[in-house]
Design a protein around this ligand. Structure first.
Ligand code: ZN
Length: 294
């Protein structure tokens, strides 16, 4: 059995040019729940001026059903994000930093060290406020500006986040640079340092076509939690180099074909993907929605 963390409503829609109305986002999440998804990254508490797609976080959370045994996550990148998140009843904070100085300077105007110092306090306060806290480490498999990101740095940021109170870590391949051999190596090193029982998730983008290959490599290395995005949302053709996450229903099709359970209904996911396409004014990247279930 694997666990899917559906990130379409957040990572997917954030990287689409079209801004969806809040009620359509809420319907998307309801459809995902009806398809069996139980872990959803629903919102991001980022500056609405920088990311207008996510400006309605508080409003959207109010529309989500609370009685469906679903865990809702919200992205937090700073103290101001934490302050907003704590005023809502979001279940899990997904606290994010990248592990490359160049990338972090461009995106958050601070070094990795500075980010980790601030975010360690954010993690502690989130945990003290009884929120679940997951750490998400971006560019963990490479940085478009620096190239290789040393594994020792990735592991030391993970260590600091875990010490501060993260009960989960997700390693994210932000710009699609990972390959399967590397995934195996990084996951093995992570488990060696933090133990096989620590909850590790993987987040891949399909930027260079290796999303599912990397997912499978992670599975074979022992990982059981994967982020993905319905219909492969997130590849706005007008946003340079933005390519969507691993596509949820394509990933589910792979695992079901391998007789590995996902807790989801593939037909319903496919319907949701097709419905989503009608909302986006462009063909979406999912393969199964074009080819159908074999
Ligand atoms: Zn991502």
């Amino acid at each position: 059995m694997i666990e899917i963390c559906e990130v379409g409503p957040r990572d997917g829609l954030q990287n689409e040019c079209k801004v969806l109305p809040t009620n359509v986002k809420a319907e998307l999440i309801l459809r995902l729940i009806d398809s069996g998804i139980r872990n959803i990254e629903a919102v991001s508490f980022v500056n609405p001026k920088v990311v207008p797609q996510m400006a309605d976080a508080e409003e959207l959370i109010k529309l989500l059903p609370k009685d469906r045994n679903v865990r809702y996550g919200g992205l937090v990148l700073s103290r101001s994000g934490l302050d907003r998140a704590l005023k809502t009843d979001i279940d899990f904070l997904h606290v994010v930093t990248t592990t490359s100085d160049s990338f972090n300077q461009r995106n958050a105007k601070r070094t990795v060290h500075q980010a980790v110092e601030e975010l360690s306090k954010v993690i502690k306060e989130g945990a003290e406020a009884n929120k679940g806290v997951a750490g998400v480490l971006g560019t963990a498999f490479g940085c478009p500006f620096e190239g290789e990101v040393p594994l020792s740095r990735v592991l030391s940021v993970a260590e600091k986040f875990i010490e501060s109170g993260c009960t989960e870590i997700t390693l994210a391949d932000t710009t699609g640079m990972a390959n399967p051999a590397q995934v195996h190596q990084v996951v093995s090193a992570f488990y060696e340092q933090f133990g096989k029982d620590f909850s590790l998730g993987l987040h891949f983008h399909n930027t260079r076509g290796l999303g599912l290959a990397n997912t499978l490599a992670g599975y074979q290395a022992g990982v059981r939690r994967f982020d993905s995005s319905i219909a492969g949302l997130g590849g706005c053709p007008f946003a340079p180099k933005a390519v969507g996450n691993v596509c949820t229903e394509d990933m589910v099709n792979m695992f079901h074909g391998m007789k590995i359970e996902t807790g989801t209904d593939l037909n319903k996911l496919l319907e949701t993907a097709k419905w989503m396409e009608t909302n986006m004014d462009r063909p979406l990247d999912g393969m199964l929605m074009k080819a159908g279930i074999a």
